[in-house]
Design a binder for this molecule. Structure first.
Ligand SMILES: Cc1ncc(COP(=O)(O)O)c(C=O)c1O
Length: 373
């Protein structure tokens, strides 16, 4: 299987560690290993005594227990740890889908969510979100797309790149549609916990439907992308077994220090995530002011959740030259929408989950006030 380049990751490979202002990343402000170890008495000593051999293939018991605790009615045995969310997406598409399956994918999306299935020989049917509908994809359209050949529906909420999030009622409708056909539901929930209105956030898909796979990770709402700890939670034993068998070929097992630190962070997850949600909301209010000041230049849909949004140039022109000019002019990195596909070329992604956002946004604002780009 020969996969095409992952456009967004190639873009970050060039710019992420050299630009002055990162204004488009999707992870939140991170912590140091020391800050994590300070969360619990005795953690530092336990970490120093940690054996560095292979870990359990499905993820260590302490880690799986903490992950399971974040769901209702999910046992540790129904959790399969992975190296990041990315490995889980790859293993799901290669192990649980068959060539010739139709796969309905919430679009635009993080490339691997459609690309791995497409390269594995599935027919991808986009279920498209449009800005004129507030990035809310249409449920009747989903009903039309799901048919007898559907292997899986793949959704992502809170959504990358738009910041849209399904309500509980919308998730219930999705579950109704997929369960009528009995197909799998792969629900990328890596931004879960960052909903601005937590009270109306839906339950994870794996709690709502027995053939759903919920994808989680430490990278986004916990700000711990460098741990590379992700997981799936699912009640369908055949899915878990197929993905576990695939994992023997991708990573075998996770890293012991990462699993230790992830379990520690999950024990303090509520505080970590609520702090980062507050940071996103604080930065989002700066971004709202910025968007009002530049209303003639940009259009946008205010996000409902998460650390990213997907504005567009009001002119409808390709945003790629604009992003290049901004990078050159004030050292701020924006992400051209065409990395998600041609249809989104007037858009660009912004990310506001880090503490340096205010400074970067001020630099961008100052540059735009004196530039014609
Ligand atoms: C929607 C979505 N899913 C999965 C991933 C992959 O996450 P990770 O980098 O933690 O493997 C990302 C990363 O940006 C993402 O945005």
């Amino acid at each position: 299987m020969k996969l095409p380049p992952f456009m967004l990751e190639r873009y970050f490979a060039v710019h992420e560690f050299s630009v002055e202002h990162l204004l488009c990343v999707s992870d939140c402000q991170t912590l140091t290993a020391g800050q994590l170890l300070d969360l619990e008495p005795g953690a530092r000593q336990a970490f120093e005594a940690l054996p560095l051999g292979y870990t359990e293939a499905a993820g260590g018991p302490a880690l799986r227990e903490e992950i399971a605790r974040t769901y209702r009615g999910i046992a540790p045995s129904q959790v399969l740890a992975h190296v990041g969310a990315q490995e889980a997406i790859f293993n799901f598409a290669t192990a649980c889908l068959n060539p010739g399956d139709e796969v309905v994918v919430h679009t635009p999306c993080y490339q691997s969510l459609h690309q791995v299935a497409a390269t594995a020989g599935c027919t991808v049917l986009p279920w498209e979100a449009r800005p004129e509908n507030g990035w809310r994809p249409d449920m009747d359209e989903l009903e039309r797309l799901v048919g007898p050949r559907t292997g899986a529906v793949i959704i992502n909420s809170p959504h990358n790149p738009t910041g849209f999030a399904f309500s509980a009622a919308e998730m219930a409708r999705i579950v109704e549609i997929v369960s009528a056909r009995g197909c799998l539901l792969f629900s990328d929930e890596v931004y879960a916990g960052l909903e601005y209105d937590m009270a109306s956030a839906p339950r994870p898909a794996c709690e709502l439907y027995e053939r759903a796979v919920s994808l989680g990770v430490m990278s986004k709402a916990y700000g711990l992308a460098g741990l590379r700890v992700g997981w799936v939670a699912a009640r369908d034993e055949s899915v878990l077994a197929a993905m576990a068998a695939a994992k023997d070929y991708t990573s075998i097992c996770g890293s012991a220090p990462s699993e230790f630190l992830a379990a520690l962070a999950l024990r303090h997850g509520r505080e970590i995530v609520s702090g980062l949600r507050a940071l996103c909301q604080e930065n989002l209010s700066l971004l709202e002011t910025f968007m009002r000041r530049h209303a003639g230049r940009f259009t946008w849909v205010r996000p409902l959740a998460g650390p990213i949004c997907f504005p567009a140039l009001a002119s409808g022109q390709d945003a790629e030259p604009f992003c290049a000019q901004v990078l050159d002019g004030c050292g701020a990195l924006l992400l051209p929408g065409r990395l998600y596909g041609e249809a989104w070329s007037a858009h660009f992604r912004m990310g506001f989950g880090r503490t340096g956002f205010a400074t970067g946004l001020a630099a961008l604002d100052e540059y735009l006030m004196k530039s014609t780009c």
